[in-house]
Ligand binder design. Structure first.
Ligand code: CA
Length: 414
């Protein structure tokens, strides 16, 4: 008699597991008339890079990197340099692989595309480790402090025909947009500034504040549009309008400027989305640069490095609220990290944003986030659920992946 066994969906710890193939997908989808602007750039399309790791067990893991700048250089870092070390490795040892990969690129790639490439590979390894053990990533990170995370809407960019001015029509459209987020259930809204004159941007914020009333929390993000003196001026206006954090007021290289602003302004200073690894965040913390640290897991080094950054942040009593941008894989990644993030500090009844972390929930059009997973994210009573399945707990829809893929490359074991 031959017993037919179901396909084994996990691999017991102790047996071998090897990465046999690395597939990268450069994703792009044009936004047409829905293009928008920050202080730094136009967004005529949404782009990202997904990494698929295949193993000799049949399990497949997903990771993401390259969502800020062009994704192509990140794919090149993977296939031309890092891939040889990744192939044949056991993905259930992500921290070991991380150190190996970083040591390969330390001399020439401590920030930027190489770190985005390592981040994507690391996230895919944690996805595989979770599937191999039958546990969600947040459990592997130490356990969930929460099953869902309060979301803040990121919106009120500079849009369409109203992008570059503050006409009555532009301000009306802005007020309508801000109000729509409140109607959707958000109690926290992050808006953009820094593209226009300080006077025009302050007018925009005044209009948004009038539209949403005093009981919705406002955050503001300049994408490093200012020098220190102008950031001081803007910061005082934000304090007047009861804005609760000032994100990336100045360029990320100006650590002394960050420290100065933090001493001069009462509004909390947030930053770190352009920073990488434990070493970059060590400098932010040691020099007293930020009240809130915003590592992006898809850039700063994946889950393995997030654990180190989080430990540094805890030791400096600095809350960590990850930056999120990209596809549904990036959002799932951030949710697992946030689930495993302690209160800062503990209280009996934690309050969102005050000592309970929140998740960035970009509200700009993004099919890469909304269409690509079998488990779409939903806002329920202002919160987003943390995926509970093994690994990242999400499944990529093949047909949607094909639709958005402009370049597919693979490396495999010889
Ligand atoms: Ca930002």
């Amino acid at each position: 008699m031959v017993l037919l066994c179901p396909v084994q969906s996990w691999t017991p710890i102790g047996t071998t597991m090897q990465i046999t193939k690395i597939i990268t997908h450069v994703l792009k989808t044009p936004l047409g008339k829905e293009r928008f602007y920050s202080s730094q750039a136009a967004f005529p399309e949404r782009t990202s890079l997904l990494v698929r790791l295949e193993t000799d067990t049949g399990l497949v893991g997903w990771g993401e990197g390259g969502q800020y700048g062009p994704p192509e250089p990140v794919a090149a870092c993977i296939h031309a340099v890092l891939g040889s070390q990744v192939l044949g490795s056991d993905p259930r040892n992500p921290a070991v692989l991380w150190e190996r990969l970083y040591s390969m690129i330390r001399d020439f790639g401590q920030k930027g595309p190489y770190l985005e490439a390592i981040s994507a590979i690391d996230i895919a390894c944690w996805d595989l480790l979770g599937q191999a053990t039958g546990l969600p990533v947040h459990t592997l990170l130490g356990g969930a402090f929460r099953e869902s995370v309060t979301a803040y809407a990121t919106g009120c960019y500079y849009r369409g025909e109203h992008a570059f001015g503050v006409s009555e029509d532009a301000l009306q459209a802005l007020a309508d947009e801000a109000r729509s987020y409140v109607e959707d259930g958000f109690r926290i809204l992050k808006i953009k500034l820094g593209l226009l004159s300080i006077e025009a941007d302050v007018r925009r914020i005044e209009v948004i504040r009038e539209a949403i009333g005093p009981n919705v929390t406002l955050l503001a993000d300049a994408n490093h549009a200012y020098n220190v003196s102008n950031a001081l001026r803007v910061g005082r206006e934000l304090e007047r309008l009861d804005v609760r954090w000032f994100e990336e007021p100045i360029v990320p290289e100006d650590l002394e400027g960050y420290r100065h602003l933090r001493q001069k302004l009462a509004i909390p200073i947030a930053g770190g989305e352009c920073e990488y690894t434990r070493y970059g965040f060590r400098n932010l913390f040691a020099q007293g640069c930020v009240d809130i640290a915003q590592p992006d897991l898809c850039c700063a080094g994946g889950f393995s490095e997030f654990l180190k950054i989080q430990a540094l942040a805890l030791a400096h009593h600095t809350p960590v609220i990850p930056h999120v941008w990209g596809s549904g894989i990036a959002l799932a990644t951030a949710l697992h990290a946030l689930a495993a993030t302690p209160w800062q500090p503990y209280t009996y009844l934690p309050v969102a944003l005050q000592n309970e972390p929140v998740v960035e929930y970009d509200r700009n059009p993004n099919p890469l986030r909304d269409d690509i997973l079998e488990q779409p994210f939903k806002l329920v009573e202002g919160k987003v659920a943390v995926p509970s399945g093994p690994g990242l707990g999400v499944t990529v829809i093949g047909s949607k992946l094909d639709k958005f893929t402009v370049t597919r490359q693979e490396s495999k074991s010889s």
